[in-house]
Design a protein around this ligand. Structure first.
Ligand SMILES: Nc1nc2c(c(=O)[nH]1)N[C@H]1C(S)=C(S)[C@@H](COP(=O)(O)O)O[C@H]1N2
Ligand SMILES: [Mo]
Length: 318
């Protein structure tokens, strides 16, 4: 997103086709730089979860699981869309603790695997819209963030919620090598207002397609805010801090004129370098006819979230 990379302009069908050709030729590409990290990547070590099903009342067409797990942004594991699936299995996701502190009555440290059994899990089938103008529909499994925040009891000074990804350059090559990591500053950080964090749509996800998250999707726990651009959906979270001031966020810091704090999906406010009026539907069509569809205001969640922004100029606060 920061640099105008090939990924910004490669349509998915070309991407998947090219990957097949590269695989067929037996060329490892960048993997040869990291010989011991690629081998376990194809194995599915995900565990089945117990959860309440989403009836999918709008009959959203799900993005195929292999696309959800094979076309990713997780710059800690490289910028190309296929890199996270290759390298993220090096990340140690067990044990995993999640620390919650700051403007709360009861700062706590949770063992995430215990947490997954403590809070009832539900499936949420949500539209997902990346700022790069592609979209998916993903059956997440998780719990509402507000349920977790209730346990730590935010104080009246809590106006924002800050999230932080694991920092471990030994297993996250993008944190060690700035070129590999897309030039971002790590750890990756994100933030929401307290009202956004408390909204019932806002999910902490621990799974998708009925199983625990694959590392490339942000195992063991990541944020899902379906009315915002994908980069707000921070992965592999180790710390949540409630604050009185608006936190710094990774993409806003990298390119403030292109990526705002709010990052609400909005077809009427274009990215400086491309239109946001429509989107490419990942996994749709055949090789040469990937479907484009109009982008919806707040990604289709206007009814649930528009009230949060009634006093805000969405053009200025993009
Ligand atoms: N830590 C971290 N979280 C991240 C990113 C990242 O590079 N690092 N990329 C973001 C972007 S740009 C998108 S579109 C989504 C992609 O999530 P997915 O790969 O599970 O579809 O993750 C978001 N969360
Ligand atoms: Mo994204």
């Amino acid at each position: 997103m920061l640099k105008f990379t090939e990924n910004d302009v490669t349509p998915e069908h070309i991407f998947f086709q090219r990957r097949k050709i590269i695989q067929a030729m037996g060329i490892m590409g960048a993997a040869s730089l990291l010989p011991n990290m690629a081998s376990a990547a194809e194995e599915d070590l995900r565990k089945a979860l117990a959860f309440t099903k989403d009836d999918n009342p709008q009959s959203l067409a799900l993005t195929p699981e292999n696309k959800v797990m094979g076309y990713n942004n997780f710059y800690e594991f490289g910028v190309p869309k296929e890199s996270p699936a290759k390298y993220a299995s090096a990340m140690k996701t067990e044990p995993w603790t999640l620390r919650i502190e700051g403007e709360v009555e009861k700062p706590m440290t949770f063992d995430v695997h215990q947490l997954m059994h403590k809070l009832p899990l539900e499936e949420r089938i949500y539209r997902f819209r990346c700022v790069e103008a592609w979209s998916m529909v993903i059956p997440w499994v998780g719990f509402e963030l507000n349920k977790l925040l209730a346990l730590v009891q935010p104080t009246s000074n809590a106006k924002y919620v800050e999230f932080e990804t694991l920092y471990d350059p030994e297993t996250m090559p993008g944190q060690k090598n700035s070129f590999f990591g897309g030039g971002l500053i790590y750890p990756y950080v994100e933030g929401l207002t307290i009202e956004e964090a408390m909204n019932p749509l806002t999910l902490l996800s621990v799974g998708l397609y009925g199983k625990t998250l694959a590392p490339q999707n942000g195992a063991p726990i990541r944020l899902v805010v379906p009315w915002k651009y994908g980069f707000k959906n921070i992965k592999s979270i180790v710390k949540i801090t409630l604050t009185s001031k608006q936190p710094r966020t990774t993409w806003n810091h990298a390119a403030p004129q292109e990526y705002g704090f709010y990052a609400n999906v909005n077809p009427n406010v274009d990215h400086p370098r491309w239109s946001q009026a429509s989107e490419r539907v990942i996994g749709s069509g055949g090789l040469f006819n990937v479907k484009r569809q109009p982008t919806l205001m707040f990604n289709g969640y206007e009814e649930q979230v528009a009230h949060l922004y009634k006093d805000l100029d969405l053009r200025k606060n993009f």
